[in-house]
Design a protein around this ligand. Structure first.
Ligand code: A2P
Length: 334
């Protein structure tokens, strides 16, 4: 095993802290670790394997001697600093959307297209959280029956919008219980007791009426699956769940599969846990997927409105499989 010098960019954020925790939990072979964030975090310390490590301010010289950098500090930071890191000889695993659709940058989910990693030129992109958990399930079905079309609706947790978003939901719960007015700052509407069909909360809508998140699911699925002929349509919705995204997915295949066949295929699929016993009220839930690495799937049934389509329900921890864990898996493959 070769030990690496690792940096986490955006170390103080929700995903950054999960990256640190995942490196620890998986006993990643770390020689040295560096935590980078903005000026705001100057003076802060974060712990790694029992050691308190000061957070450094990200700048042009941050990547000297670093071999692997896990980035999760937003698109603008990645756009500017990922090439700086790559130029310094570091391999970047970037969790932002800045590089995902760049044809020179592999977009990788290790259970789906690990072979793409070899093509990297210094930057590897980590896909969108909602896309990752969906393609982990689509790929084994595609291999057997060729997926033609996917219709997905998401139920996305507030943690996907960062620390301030989580705090906003908690503050609204507290204010409601105390009979005080609810403050709305991060989301465009009150998130408590609501489902908001607008992700991300700012600059969400494209000229075609889809949101940016929906177009990410559509475009990234085709790229990761390596098949632009797969038709995808998506509706992405923020719900008042703290963590773990849920998805209702309809999958149309060229070859008809029975629900039982799909259960068998998915029970052997890497990174997938089938949880499908509706008679006993067993199906994936956000609270079950929380803090887990796997993607959970249930409610598997044949679509009664179509001769060769299935419906299912997919849940995964968006901060782990949807972000930090997928990034660490890529680093492990490196
Ligand atoms: P900081 O804590 O110093 O602001 P989240 O999505 O949970 O809000 O986290 C965002 C992460 O990205 C934080 O670690 C944040 O650091 C970091 N970040 C945001 N902007 C920058 C920047 N310009 N340079 C470095 N890190 C940044």
């Amino acid at each position: 095993m070769s030990y690496r010098n690792v940096a986490v960019v955006g170390a103080t954020g929700l995903v950054g802290r999960k990256m640190i925790e995942t490196l620890e939990r998986r006993n990643f072979p770390v020689k040295n670790i560096k935590f980078l964030a903005s000026e705001r975090s100057k003076g802060r310390k974060l712990s790694f394997k029992g050691e308190e490590i000061p957070v450094e301010v990200l700048d042009e010289s941050s990547f000297k001697g670093v071999e692997i950098a896990l980035f999760s500090a937003g698109g603008a930071t990645s756009k500017k600093f990922a090439p700086v890191a790559a130029k310094a000889g570091c391999v970047v695993v970037d969790n932002s959307s800045a590089w995902r659709m760049d044809p020179e940058v592999p977009l990788v989910v290790p259970e789906v297209n690990p072979q793409e990693i070899k093509k990297h030129k210094g930057i590897i992109a980590n896909p969108n959280c909602s896309t990752i958990q969906m393609v982990v399930v689509l790929k084994p079905i595609h291999d057997v029956a060729r997926v033609q079309r996917v219709v997905v609706s998401t139920y996305q947790a507030v943690s996907g919008a960062g620390q301030k978003a989580v705090q906003e939901l908690l503050d609204q719960i507290k204010a409601y219980v105390e009979g005080k007015p609810l403050e709305v700052k991060v989301f465009p509407h009150q998130i408590l007791f609501n489902c908001i069909p607008q992700i991300p909360q700012s600059n969400a809508f494209e000229p075609n009426g889809y949101t940016n998140e929906e177009m990410k699911m559509i475009n990234e699925t085709k790229k990761i699956m390596g098949d632009p002929s797969i038709q995808v349509t998506a509706t992405t919705v923020r719900v008042p769940v703290l963590n773990s995204h849920s998805e209702s997915v309809n999958i149309q295949t060229e070859k008809k599969l029975t629900a039982q066949e799909v259960r068998q295929i998915l029970s052997k699929a890497p990174g997938v846990v089938v949880m499908d016993d509706p008679a006993n009220q067993i199906y994936p839930l956000a609270t079950i997927a929380d803090s887990k690495w796997e993607t959970f799937v249930g409610r598997i049934r044949e679509d009664i409105s179509h001769p060769s389509a299935i419906d299912l329900w997919i849940v995964a921890d968006n901060l782990l499989k949807g972000a930090a864990y997928n990034a660490v898996q890529i680093a492990e493959l490196l």
